[in-house]
Design a protein around this ligand. Sequence first.
Ligand SMILES: NC(=O)C1=CN([C@@H]2O[C@H](COP(=O)(O)OP(=O)(O)OC[C@H]3O[C@@H](n4cnc5c(N)ncnc54)[C@H](O)[C@@H]3O)[C@@H](O)[C@H]2O)C=CC1
Ligand SMILES: O=C(O)[C@@H]1CCC=N1
Length: 305
Amino acid sequence: MRAFLSRFPVRPVGRQEPEGGARRRADRDARGGVSPSPSSSAGIWLVGAGNMGGAMLRGWLASGIAADRVTVIDPGSPDLPDGVRHVSAAPEGWPETLVLAVKPQQLDAARAMFAGREGGPRLLLSILAGVEVATLAAAIPAEAVVRAMPNLPVAIGKGVTALYADGVDDARRSEAEALVAPLGLVEWIGGEALFDAVTALSGCGPGFVFRFIDALATAGARLGLPADQAQRLALATVEGSALMAAGSAESPATLADRVASPGGSTREGLNMLDRDDALIELLAATLGASAARNRAMAEEARTRS
Ligand SMILES: NC(=O)C1=CN([C@@H]2O[C@H](COP(=O)(O)OP(=O)(O)OC[C@H]3O[C@@H](n4cnc5c(N)ncnc54)[C@H](O)[C@@H]3O)[C@@H](O)[C@H]2O)C=CC1
Ligand SMILES: O=C(O)[C@@H]1CCC=N1
């Protein structure tokens, strides 16, 4: 996956670093907050640069954020874009923004890296599925905690990031939003209970869509098409349909009906998907299973903390 992501070129896509970063850093120092060496207090520390942390990193660099603003903390050997500083353990002090992107089961190890330090980051942005704000706040003493649920297409600026915060002021919420805005669509979630649902829909969603593309190609191959040709046709069909739906004033449901000529072959196919709401029921069960796993991971994280 990392090799796959590294194939996407890192190039500016129009958005620049949000203004005000330098002013906010100065404010913090003036307030007598945590003030380690300038090199460690500035910028973003990305804790964990695997599939998802790496995807966010690529999206940030493509949006124009300078590589030297990000420090990756990862004991592994992540495949990183040029110019990004990589350390295997946390430097001294705290950054302005700490992005937590380890697996939920690795939260304890990440927390241990920072144990015993005075102060905390201004903003903790966590992408851990199923790990709640209260658990995160107990692990890392940040001034503000924001949960984020990105998805893999953030690597190309076409992702979705859902955000949730409780009791966080507008300035910090704006900081969190500015950080993920260059990565694609950003949506605030009204309650933490909905986070498992949003994780299942948009966080896990690319996995389901990739599987759908694969299944469409497999079904085409079963009708006799060469497998590689079926895959190209399936991929381009999904790409074109998604782009068209995204740019259309009509709903996807209406667009589906537009493909279906009366008495034609699309209707016959749609009848299969619609019979007893077969596709809806399948996806409801799919998202339900993912959401249940997120709830279980939250429980596991609460128990460990
Ligand atoms: N993969 C995805 O599409 C999405 C993942 N997420 C969340 O992102 C998080 C990471 O998932 P993936 O990137 O898929 O996992 P991953 O296993 O690819 O990446 C985890 C990274 O953390 C590093 N790591 C392990 N222990 C560490 C420590 N103590 N300190 C710093 N780094 C450490 C590993 O070396 C690895 O590079 C998870 O919490 C997951 O719920 C959220 C949305 C989508
Ligand atoms: O599979 C997972 O647990 C993570 C959460 C969302 C996507 N991947």
